[in-house]
Ligand binder design. Structure first.
Ligand SMILES: NC(=O)c1ccc[n+]([C@@H]2O[C@H](COP(=O)([O-])OP(=O)(O)OC[C@H]3O[C@@H](n4cnc5c(N)ncnc54)[C@H](OP(=O)(O)O)[C@@H]3O)[C@@H](O)[C@H]2O)c1
Length: 246
């Protein structure tokens, strides 16, 4: 009998992706993605269920990603029924200091990697018609301005636009949505200056988010309870965008 199709969680080694993996692992067989095998093995050990897989790839090199993923799926004999794209990076600097290479890297890691993965997962070889759900972790900053984060905001805006277009193209077989978190406590935000994080906390009426606040939404959006939801950019931000911001 064929192995059950997997859920691919990118960025599963840390923060939101790790939390999503832990929340989904009970009911699904996962492919845990990150760059470092050791960190991923630690997540695999923490996950309920035993036969989760590990896939390492650096998304900064988006041009080799499709071939890499195709090879992984063929070698492991697995198909993917759901993608949760959590991998991402953020940088904050005045726009005049943005170098083209930095912008390209951010676009690759945050957005083009998802587009490359989705392209492969829609192809008959190796994935057949297994794909059913696509969920991209975007950001509330796809909708709001943020000083020094022009390229980051643009990568997330691209993700939001992409899911609307894909929903039109892929319905009814594949549902496609993005989730727009406000500030969530993860290694990404913990690296920010403490004063900035304090201002973030004050600007979120429900306080800073926890990884579990996002993971529970992901779980819902992949469930039958969300069977009539597609093409949406869904905000989960503790009220941040409803008040005046930072
Ligand atoms: N935290 C927030 O407040 C917040 C708010 C809105 C949106 N988001 C979005 O949520 C997503 C996850 O963020 P997080 O806060 O959980 O960050 P995090 O803890 O720093 O985790 C980032 C994840 O992305 C992976 N990653 C980074 N660069 C990569 C690359 N070049 N190639 C492949 N994988 C790479 C990391 O894997 P390695 O182990 O290889 O480093 C890690 O698993 C991001 O897309 C972020 O923009 C976060």
């Amino acid at each position: 009998m064929d192995a059950p199709a997997c859920t691919l969680v990118t960025g599963a080694s840390s923060g939101i992706g790790r939390g999503v993996a832990l929340a989904l692992a009970e009911d699904r067989r996962l492919i845990l993605h990150g760059r470092g095998r050791e960190r991923l093995e630690a997540v695999r050990s923490a996950c309920p269920g035993r036969d989760h897989l590990v896939w390492t790839a650096d998304f900064a090199r988006a041009e080799t990603l499709a071939e890499d993923l195709r090879g992984f799926l063929q070698a492991s004999g697995t198909r993917v029924s759901a993608l949760v794209h959590c991998a991402g990076e953020v940088s904050v600097r005045p726009t005049r200091l943005d170098a083209y290479e930095d912008s390209l890297r951010a676009m690759n890691v945050n957005f083009l990697s998802a587009a490359e993965i989705i392209r492969v997962l829609l192809q008959a070889a190796p994935n057949g018609k297994a794909l059913r759900d696509i969920l991209l972790i975007s950001s509330i900053y796809s909708r709001l301005g943020a000083k020094g984060q022009g390229i980051y905001c643009a990568t997330k805006g691209a993700a939001d636009a992409y899911v609307r277009a894909l929903a039109a193209e892929l319905s009814p077989r594949v549902r496609v949505n993005s989730l727009l978190p406000g500030a969530v406590l993860t290694p990404m935000t913990e690296a920010l200056p403490a004063a900035y994080l304090d201002r973030c906390r004050e600007a979120h009426p429900l306080g800073l988010g926890e990884v579990a606040d996002v993971a529970s939404y992901v779980k819902f959006l992949l469930s039958d309870g969300a069977r009539w939801v597609t093409g949406q950019n869904i905000v989960v931000d503790g009220g941040f965008s409803a008040c005046k911001g930072l």
